[in-house]
Design a protein around this ligand. Structure first.
Ligand SMILES: NC(=O)C1=CN([C@@H]2O[C@H](COP(=O)(O)OP(=O)(O)OC[C@H]3O[C@@H](n4cnc5c(N)ncnc54)[C@H](O)[C@@H]3O)[C@@H](O)[C@H]2O)[C@@H](O)CC1
Ligand SMILES: Nc1ncnc2c1ncn2[C@@H]1O[C@H](COP(=O)(O)OP(=O)(O)O)[C@@H](O)[C@H]1O
Ligand SMILES: [K+]
Length: 491
């Protein structure tokens, strides 16, 4: 049978419930899926904790508990000492049938006292969690954390929302999580990714054609952007590979634009030019070699420069300083129908004025914004304060509001387009949290846009390749190192 896990799409609990229903309607019985799910949990437990003294299954009332009952009976059959604590399933359900396969009594949840050598299997709540866990569950979560007992979570650590990646209240912190058929946003959005520990995706025999979703939400990766990466041709010349401009700030803050420009050149733009205010030209000249300069002191200078049609994409914001000028320049760029990566000061310039920015960039999408958490809150306070929204929801709403591609940065960067497509980047290393790394990202995306990559794909590729360069650099990386290591993949 075709591989029955989907490693590219992300499934909200609602989308996964539809998959479950489709699979069961196709003729594969629910108890069969539950047996496979329980078996995959046992395989993970025995390979990760071969010396387990006691497997303690904490079982909830639903199907997540059902997976736990299967795991308990298999472990007992393998001779592993097993304890069950928790809630009895409702009679007549798949979980009740699963529970009946295990001889061990289900002891009250509150009676569990961790012992050295225990491994807890968390089968309390999974995709069905819809509120904060109650006091009894909270107390056992507290005891497990205090004792440092390792936890293997089934599907999701109990208390973690699979949709938002945020706890609904007290939450289990797992060392490992086994989930089925496809990842959920909660496995990759922060802090969910940390609470899951190492997440394994298990094949429980769902036919691949049914593990699908009409929600366009993916893990970021080459499956999204690979086919549209710029191709190298033997007859290439520098102008055929695109011309990127990066607007420089004044004397005191010109380094940010240089980082961005260097990254644009390394990612493959044929030419990169700094648009520099007159007072900073000399200082920038002292630092530049392959990167060129053009004097830009006013909107009129910028408009005149844009009469060169080869200048196809621009970056505005890193170290730019002058917020009013940033707004004026953005307007000139929008009127000239250029692709724009708006970052840093370019974003702050539009705090309280997102309507204006959206109006400027109406029509074909030509704007990418790259806010970090603080910039996002400044630009979209109402969206940021709505606690019901996930980071994906927030990025999608912002993208629709501005008719832009939104790169909502962080350890779990979300890339969203105004048509609803969204991707979560889940493998960027933490040493990216260093001054100037965001400037490099804006240049990478700008460089890909200059090479005519479609805008959503350019943003996805930019985020992935930025993370890959950081992984290659390793801990201790500075933004200069990062800009030096950015490379286009060979295509
Ligand atoms: N149906 C299927 O095809 C499969 C389901 N699987 C398992 O089924 C799980 C989902 O099962 P369920 O939909 O039964 O949901 P859960 O077992 O996650 O939750 C059960 C019920 O608990 C109640 N509940 C939710 N939050 C609560 C809270 N904070 N305090 C107290 N009660 C709460 C809700 O009424 C919910 O329906 C998945 O996470 C997965 O482990 C797997 O067995 C694979 C196949
Ligand atoms: N903990 C982290 N793990 C992975 N990536 C991170 C982390 N913190 C920040 N980043 C990434 O590093 C970059 C920082 O950008 P930004 O906050 O704009 O910094 P700066 O303004 O100093 O350039 C973004 O691409 C962001 O996604
Ligand atoms: K669980």
């Amino acid at each position: 049978m075709a591989m029955a896990i989907n490693t590219t799409l992300l499934f909200t609990p609602e989308a996964m419930a539809k998959v479950d229903a489709r699979v069961i309607a196709s003729g594969i019985p629910g108890p069969e899926l539950m047996r496979a799910a329980g078996a995959s949990v046992v395989a993970c437990l025995l390979s990760s904790w071969p010396n387990v003294a006691r497997a303690v299954v904490l079982c909830g009332p639903g199907n997540n508990g059902g997976d736990g009952h299967i795991a308990a009976s298999l472990l007992a059959a393998f001779g592993v000492p097993v304890l069950r604590h928790g809630y009895a399933p409702r009679s007549g359900t798949d979980a009740a049938a699963a529970s009946a396969t295990c001889e061990h009594a289900i002891l009250p949840l509150g009676d569990y006292r961790p012992l050295a050598g225990d491994v807890v299997i968390d089968a309390l709540f999974g995709a069905g969690l819809d509120r904060a866990v109650g006091a009894e569950v909270a107390a056992v979560i507290g005891r497990i954390a205090e004792a440092g007992t390792p936890v293997l979570a089934i599907d999701l650590p109990s208390g973690l929302s699979g949709r938002t990646g945020r706890p609904t209240g007290p939450v289990i912190s797992a060392e490992r999580t086994v989930t089925f058929a496809g990842l959920k946003p909660g496995h990759v959005l922060m802090p969910g990714r940390e609470l899951c520990g190492v997440t394994t995706l298990a094949d429980i025999g769902m036919p691949a054609r049914l593990v699908a979703s009409d929600d366009p939400l993916w893990i970021n990766g080459p499956h999204l952007y690979g086919p549209t990466l710029p191709r190298r041709e033997a007859a290439d010349h520098k102008y055929s590979r695109g011309h990127l401009a990066v607007m420089s700030g004044p004397l005191i803050s010109g380094g940010a634009a240089r980082l961005s420009a260097m990254a644009g050149l390394r990612i493959g733009a044929g030419l990169v030019t700094l648009g520099t205010p007159p007072g900073a030209v000399m200082a920038q000249s002292a630092h530049l070699t392959a990167i060129m300069q053009h004097r830009v002191g006013s909107s009129a200078d910028l408009a005149a420069w844009l009469s060169d049609p080869r200048l196809s994409a621009l970056v505005l914001g890193p170290g730019f300083g002058d917020l009013e000028k940033a707004r004026d320049y953005a307007k000139v760029l929008a009127n000239a129908r250029r692709y724009l990566v708006l970052d840093a000061d370019g974003l702050t310039a539009f705090a309280g004025r997102t309507g204006e920015l959206g109006d400027m960039f109406a029509g074909e999408t030509r704007l990418v914004i790259t806010p970090h958490e603080g910039e996002f809150r400044r630009l979209f306070p109402a969206i940021a304060e709505d606690e019901t929204l996930s980071k994906v929801d927030r990025a999608r709403q912002a993208a629709a509001l501005l008719n832009a591609v939104v790169v909502y940065k962080g350890a779990d960067t979300v890339i969203a387009a105004s048509d609803g497509r969204a991707a979560i980047n889940a493998d960027a290393p933490p040493w990216l949290a260093t001054a100037g790394s965001g400037d490099v990202l804006s240049g990478v995306i700008g460089g890909l846009l200059a090479q005519s990559m479609p805008i959503f794909e350019a943003a996805c590729a930019g985020v992935a390749l930025h993370g890959a360069a950081a992984s290659q650099a390793g801990p201790g990386m500075t933004a200069e190192d990062l800009a030096g290591l950015v490379r286009p993949p060979a295509v």
